[in-house]
Structures are given as structure tokens and as C-alpha cells.
Design a binder for this molecule. Structure first.
Ligand SMILES: Nc1ncnc2c1ncn2[C@@H]1O[C@H](COP(=O)(O)OP(=O)(O)OP(=O)(O)O)[C@@H](O)[C@H]1O
Ligand SMILES: [Mg+2]
Length: 256
């Protein structure tokens, strides 16, 4: 199976000297959905920003076999789309339409093609009716959807999402999960970070765990990661006083 993302020994240090990533290596196959978990500050967002070429660390990144470097940057990055953790970092145009049209316009498509792409992207996140609204006057959940549409309109092969359900109410979170399921079915390669156990159990083919040393400490099938209490405790992914099996989902049968 084709490798979509290959990262070898990727390290990144912020200008103030804080280590963002420490020799991260990973491989993600085309069509796979990989969920990255890890406590706050373990480098999840930093990794996505490096994959998107926004930050440039040391080490190697290959996208569909093409090394990411100065020369290849725009071609390589054109195959990826990043939905930021905070939608206010993504949306900056006067209207929803403009925000979603921004990418395809920059890619040089004619007006009619841009319209079609915007329509399709807004409809896949069920936000067609919001096209003429101001992005900044939307609710947080609506902004998240528009952020996703602004990435989908460029039709990337690889979708990077930084905590897509963060800050969403349960209904919006499950609607977002449906959208991600659909994208997965369409064959997109998805790499998402999350603190949401439900998203992991619903969506992940593979889970990567990032640890305090800002690298990947475990990669495995979701049920194997979640039956490893020691790993979860050591990486601050569950409360000390509770076992995973006492998670409210199991305890109160709320999802059954
Ligand atoms: N702009 C910055 N300048 C300096 N250090 C930063 C900056 N942004 C992040 N860091 C540091 O880099 C490390 C990794 O941060 P990052 O935001 O990637 O973590 P994260 O895993 O995404 O956390 P969260 O779950 O809170 O979103 C942290 O130690 C953080 O303090
Ligand atoms: Mg983050």
C-alpha cells in the first residue's frame, strides 16, 4: 500500500528554545485514519504544523514519496490540508463564501469552478445556508465546520485535523464525526489529534501516543492502546483514580 506520509527523525525547536518535537518518526498509509493522542504540550499541533510546511524542523518529511524541501514545498503542501485547532486562526475573510473560496481562487481556478468547489465543500459540512454570513459572527461549532470546508474546497488527498471535536457540544461532535466518516469512506488519508475517546473508538485505524519527551511512545490498534492502562497512566491520558472501564460511557451506558 502506498505511503502517504513518512516522517524520519523530525525535531523542532521554537525560537524561545522550547522543544516542540524530538526525533519523531512515523509512517501513514494512503487511506488510513490515524489518531494522535497525548497530554497537553506533547507536540501534537507542532507535528501537524511541520507536516503542513508552516514550521520547518530538522529531519525528513515525505508526502506520497516526495521529499518536502524548499523547491517542492508548494507542490507537496498542495496535497495536504490542515484544519487548525482554533478556527479563528483559519478564517479571516469577510464572508463564509470568501473563506471557503480563498484556497481554490489561489490555486487559479476560474470563477465558476470556484463556485462549484465552494458549494460542494459547504454542502459536505452542511453549511450551504451560511455562505453569505460573516465567519466571525458564527458559533464556535459553525466556525469549525467552515474551517473544514475551507480545507475541503482545495480537495487535498491528506486531511490533517487538530482537535476537530474540541469545544463542540455532543450533537455537533457526532455530526462532525459523521463528516469525517464520510471523508474516510471517500478514501481520504486522515491524521487527526484529539482528546476525545469517542472519536478514537469511532474513527481510528491506528492510534499514535505522544509523550512528554515530544515524541511517539506507542503506535497500535485502538483496542490495544486502550487496554494498556500503564501506558495511559504514564502518559496522563486517564485519571489516576479511575480505570478506563469506569469511563462514564461504560459506567452509565449512555451510548447504548
Ligand atoms: N509559539 C510557541 N513558542 C514556544 N513554545 C511553544 C509555542 N507553541 C507551542 N510551544 C511549546 O511546544 C510544545 C508542544 O506544543 P503543542 O502546541 O504542539 O502541544 P499539543 O500536544 O498540541 O498540546 P495541546 O493538547 O494543549 O493542544 C509545548 O511544550 C509548548 O509549550
Ligand atoms: Mg495542540
Amino acid at each position: 500500500m502506498e505511503i502517504a506520509i513518512k516522517v524520519t527523525d523530525l525535531s523542532f525547536v521554537y525560537p524561545d528554545g522550547t522543544i516542540g518535537l524530538n526525533k519523531v518518526s512515523l509512517e501513514i498509509r494512503k487511506g488510513q485514519t490515524v489518531v494522535i493522542i497525548g497530554a497537553n504540550g506533547t507536540g501534537k499541533s507542532t507535528l501537524l504544523l511541520n507536516l503542513m510546511g508552516i514550521f520547518k524542523g530538522e529531519g525528513e518529511i515525505e508526502i506520497f514519496g516526495m521529499p518536502m524541501n524548499k523547491k517542492s514545498l508548494s507542490e507537496v503542501c498542495g496535497r495536504l490540508g490542515l484544519v487548525f485547532q482554533n478556527p479563528d486562526d483559519q478564517l479571516f475573510c469577510p464572508t463564509v463564501f470568501d473563506d471557503v473560496a480563498f484556497g481554490p481562487l489561489n490555486l487559479g481556478y476560474d470563477e465558476e469552478t470556484v463556485r462549484q468547489k465552494v458549494k460542494r465543500a459547504l454542502s459536505s459540512v452542511r453549511m450551504e445556508r451560511f455562505a453569505e454570513r460573516s465567519s466571525h459572527h458564527l458559533s464556535f461549532g459553525e466556525k469549525k465546520r467552515v474551517s473544514i470546508a475551507s480545507v475541503l474546497s482545495m480537495e487535498p488527498d491528506i486531511l490533517l485535523l487538530d482537535e476537530p471535536t474540541g469545544g463542540l457540544d455532543p450533537k455537533s461532535a457526532s455530526e462532525l464525526l459523521e463528516i469525517l466518516h464520510q471523508l474516510k469512506e471517500e478514501g481520504k488519508t486522515i491524521l487527526t489529534t484529539t482528546h476525545d475517546l469517542y472519536l478514537i473508538s469511532e474513527l481510528a485505524d491506528i492510534v499514535f501516543v505522544m509523550g512528554e519527551d515530544k515524541n511517539i511512545v506507542a503506535k497500535d490498534l485502538p483496542h490495544i492502546i486502550f487496554s494498556n492502562r500503564k501506558l495511559l497512566l504514564e502518559n496522563n491520558l486517564i485519571h489516576k483514580s479511575r480505570s478506563l472501564y469506569e469511563h462514564p460511557r461504560e459506567k452509565y451506558n449512555v451510548y447504548q
